[in-house]
Design a protein around this ligand. Structure first.
Ligand SMILES: COC(=O)c1ccnc(N)c1
Length: 252
């Protein structure tokens, strides 16, 4: 089915990239419906105020409840079930759960994602509490760093989810060997890749890749993946399951 994505933001122009490339094609094919809403449409004062100083003091500003409540009620007014077929609220925040390929898969199986990117200091907690009574709320971080707003995270999450939709990625198989994809490659980074020409500036292709020997090629790729994971992500190494590779090799 079609995935519906709604984004409520004070920077609608930031989401323009969702109209191009992979996500743009998925939209054109009707696999994805993206609606971007300007939060300021739901402000009624002269300055279109969306934030205010934090109770309890402290730096920065917090986004106010009323504009969000009116905006989300309007977005959800299209009617929705409150079960697995209904919308989920996705709140990008540095204090959220880590966004992973596994979470991307989980979100890609839902019919409707409503994103509420906010400024760094966040949205008044009562907004999340209010909508958590009607739908699943995913507070999601795309990494251990702080952004000025959550819009870039919406682009990241939407792209990671959209490419998993059936038919959106040309080669359906390419999910299987993704870094982090479940199965033998779970928790392993992909190794080096090569294509024509066979020689470039005196640099040639590893012989094994030209051998046509699929078993040796798979083993070489596994070893290269293990090398790269050890180098770049030692935290993943103890989680990966090399025995799964042996099974895969035996199949070869
Ligand atoms: C304002 O949002 C953020 O700064 C943010 C959102 C999601 N992930 C992050 N690492 C930061």
């Amino acid at each position: 089915g079609t995935l519906r994505v709604d984004v409520v933001t004070i920077f609608p122009e930031y989401l323009e990239p969702l109209n191009v490339s992979l996500v743009g094609k998925a939209r054109a094919r009707g696999q994805l419906n993206v609606h971007v809403h300007d939060l300021r449409e739901w402000t009624y004062d002269r300055h279109n105020t969306v934030d205010d100083t934090p109770y309890g003091g402290g730096p920065g500003m917090v986004m106010k409840t009323e504009p969000w409540g009116d905006a989300l009620d309007s977005v959800l007014a299209d009617g929705y079930e409150t079960d697995a077929h209904g919308p989920a609220l996705i709140v990008p925040t540095p204090s959220g759960r880590p966004f992973t390929q596994e979470l991307a898969v989980e979100l890609s199986e839902r019919p409707w994602l409503v994103f509420t990117p906010a400024r760094y200091e966040g949205i008044d907690r009562r907004v999340i509490d209010e909508y958590a009574t009607r739908m699943p709320v995913y507070e999601v971080s795309i990494g251990d760093y702080v952004l000025a707003g959550g819009e870039a995270a919406v682009l990241v999450i939407t792209e990671a989810v959209a490419r998993l939709l059936p038919g959106v990625l040309g080669n359906a198989e390419s999910h299987r060997d993704d870094s982090f994809a479940p199965g033998a490659m779970a928790n392993l980074l992909e190794g080096p890749v090569y294509t024509k020409p066979p020689a470039w500036r005196d640099r040639e292709i590893p012989e094994v890749l030209l051998s046509g020997h699929h078993g040796r090629i798979a083993r070489w790729r596994r070893d290269e993946a293990l090398k790269r994971t050890t180098a770049n992500r030692p935290d993943l190494i103890e989680r990966c399951d090399p025995s799964a590779f042996d099974k895969k090799d035996r199949e070869m």
